[in-house]
Design a protein around this ligand. Structure first.
Ligand code: BDR
Ligand code: CA
Length: 311
C-alpha cells in the first residue's frame, strides 16, 4: 500500500472520498488534514476527527488542523450547500483521540521527507494548506510523487459561470501549486460532472444495509442539496473522483498542459485557463503568460473509459 495524505474540507463528498480511499485498500493513509472551505476550519477539523472515529481509524490515522484563512485572508464557506456543520447536519460524535501538536502544514512537510518520492497528496478542498507548505518549503514540490487536486474547470464553473468552488475560494493558493513544479493532476468539473450519483445509486446503498448508513445519509443530503440549490436530480462525485484518479487515471480522459489561474479580476476570479501542451505556444498571450507553459501538469477533461463508482 502506498503512502498518501488526504487534505480536505469535509464536506459531504470529502467524507465520502475518505471512505472510498480506505475502501480501495490501495493506500496507507498517513494523515488526514483539514482546511477551511465548505465550512469554517473549526467545523472541517471537527468533522475530520469525527469521521475518523465513525470509520474506526481514529487510533491509526492522525488528523491535523490546517489553515483557517485563505491566502487573501478570507474564511471561505459554501453558503450552506453542505449543511450548517458541513456534514449535512448529520450528528457524528467527535473523536476521543488526543489532538495533534503538529499543524497540517508541518505534518505535510515532515511526511514528504519521510516518504520522499513515494508520497501522494490528494487535496479535495481549497489548496490553502498545500500552498502554505510550499511557501514554507518550496522543495516539497519535488519530494511528492503525485499531487492530485479536485478543483478548477476547463469549460465551466459552479460557484460562478467560470470558476469552481475550491479554486475560487483560494485562487492565490492554486496559483502557487500549479507554478510550484509539483507533479500535479487537476481533476476539475469537466470530469467530475461526468460521473454522477443518482437516486438509484442511493437506493442500492440503502439496500446494502449495515455498514453503509453513514455514506447513505451523507449522499442523501448531497443529492437533496444539488436538487434544492442547483435544480439537478443527481449529483457529481467530485472529491471521490480525485481519489480515484490518484490510483487510476483511466477514470478520466486527461491531457498535458498548463493551468493559469485568474487571481485579479473581480468578474472571473478563480477561473482556471487550460493551455494544452501542444497548442500553448500558438496562443496570443504575453511572453509572461507563455513562460508559464514551462510548468505543466495533467488536466482531466472528461469521463474516461473505466467506470467510476465510489460506492
Ligand atoms: C468542490 O466544492 C466543494 O463544495 C466540494 O466538496 C468539492 O470539493 C466542488 O466544486
Ligand atoms: Ca471538498
Amino acid at each position: 500500500r502506498s503512502p498518501i495524505i488526504l487534505d480536505s474540507d469535509p464536506g459531504l463528498d470529502d467524507a465520502v472520498a475518505l471512505q472510498y480511499l480506505l475502501g480501495t485498500g490501495l493506500w496507507d493513509l498517513k494523515a488526514f488534514t483539514a482546511v477551511a472551505g465548505n465550512v469554517p476550519l473549526d467545523h472541517t477539523y471537527r468533522n475530520a476527527r469525527a469521521l475518523t472515529r465513525a470509520l474506526r481509524i481514529d487510533g491509526d490515522v492522525p488528523v491535523y488542523r490546517g489553515v483557517g484563512r485563505t491566502l487573501s485572508r478570507i474564511s471561505p464557506d459554501s453558503g450552506g450547500f453542505h449543511g450548517e456543520n458541513g456534514l449535512g447536519d448529520e450528528i457524528i460524535p467527535d473523536s476521543t483521540a488526543p489532538h495533534q501538536t503538529e499543524s497540517a502544514v508541518q505534518a505535510i512537510l515532515r511526511l514528504s521527507k519521510e516518504y520522499e518520492g513515494e508520497l501522494t497528496l490528494v487535496a479535495t478542498g481549497p489548496l490553502t494548506n498545500v500552498a502554505a507548505a510550499l511557501i514554507e518549503d518550496p522543495d516539497l514540490a519535488r519530494r511528492l510523487k503525485k499531487l492530485v487536486f479536485m478543483g478548477g474547470a476547463v469549460h465551466t464553473g459552479n460557484i460562478t459561470p467560470v470558476a469552481e468552488f475550491n479554486v475560487w475560494a483560494d485562487p492565490e493558493a492554486t496559483d502557487i501549486v500549479v507554478t510550484s513544479g509539483a507533479p500535479y493532476t487537476m481533476v476539475g468539473l469537466d470530469a467530475t460532472h461526468a460521473w454522477r450519483f443518482t437516486q438509484g445509486d442511493l437506493d442500492t446503498l440503502v439496500a446494502a444495509g449495515p455498514g453503509q448508513e453513514l455514506t447513505a445519509n451523507l449522499m442523501r443530503h448531497y443529492l437533496k442539496s444539488y436538487d434544492v440549490n442547483a435544480g439537478q436530480p443527481d449529483c457529481p462525485l467530485h472529491d471521490p473522483l480525485a481519489v480515484g484518479v490518484a490510483a487510476d487515471e483511466s477514470f478520466v480522459t486527461a491531457a498535458d498542459g498548463t493551468i493559469v489561474v485568474e487571481c485579479a479580476s473581480e468578474l472571473t476570479r478563480g477561473q482556471t485557463v487550460f493551455l494544452p501542451a501542444d497548442e500553448a505556444r500558438t496562443y496570443a498571450y504575453s511572453d509572461a503568460i507563455k513562460a508559464r507553459t514551462l510548468q505543466t501538469g495533467r488536466v482531466a477533461l472528461g469521463k474516461g473509459p473505466r467506470n467510476f463508482s465510489a460506492h
